[in-house]
Design a protein around this ligand. Sequence first.
Ligand code: PAF
Length: 314
Amino acid sequence: MSSSTGPGTAPPRRGTAAGDAARAGRPLLVTTRDELDRVRAGLAGPVAVVMTMGALHEGHAALARAARERAASVVATVFVNPLQFGPGEDLDRYPRTLGADLDLLGREGVDVVFAPAVEEVYPAGPPRVVVSAGELGAVLEGASRPGHFDGVLTVVAKLVHLTRPDVVLFGQKDAQQLALVRRMALDLDLRVEVVAVPTSREDDGLARSSRNAYLGARDREAAAVLPRALRRGAGRADAGAVAVRAAAAAELRGEPRADVDYLALVDAVDLRPVPDDHVGPALLAVAARVGSTRLIDNVPLVLAGAAEDGSTRR
Ligand code: PAF
């Protein structure tokens, strides 16, 4: 694994299994760490890795495309990580659609897919040593999902060690995951570039998520209140933090089917709530249950403060 390199467009090395599969329009599927080691050794660099839990949609396709644009070889991982699911969460009903996932990844020019079984990733059983997300992992999503981000970071660290990427790409939609992976890369010297890819959205603004598939027709319509609230909040960024929160909250109140867990205006790096007089970049984040489906979304914005003469300052 080397640190960041610039974008590259070279195809995978000729004569390798990954190169042959890519030329045939489908990724090479590997399921064991030994196979992965062999295939990884033949990949032309820089190597980009996109980590997923499968059930792929256009949002993942955007990640794969961004990876394709900046690396000579692209590896995607498909692994539903039990460690990041709490008791009563949807591990068992999480959709498993490997055939369709391979088709999508093939269309996006992914060279190799690593889709291991649980025993391949955790050969010694549930790990006794895990990565701790610390206080960054206890706020926002972490407040209602204790241990979730320890599970995420542990598997991300393992997949980085197994796939040895130059660059890993994560969606802006999971802003807390992104912030934590960035921090882990720094704190644990992962020596990998972490790239954020903008949130991919449906026509009405709803952020693409595997969980959208659980929404019935009425809930699907109601769910569009999340991006509307974020847009309305962001539209008040020039008026400062208080106005942003108030505008977003007013929009959310207008949709009784959305049971809001949190609406937070936070620093994008340390995830702490920004003070009312904050000026500069921030993240407006929301989580709500619509029907039985919990949805999250966020938008980065730059806050200006209201000066005494009524003008704005940045
Ligand atoms: O974002 C996800 O799909 C998962 O949290 C990840 C990063 C693949 C780890 O399991």
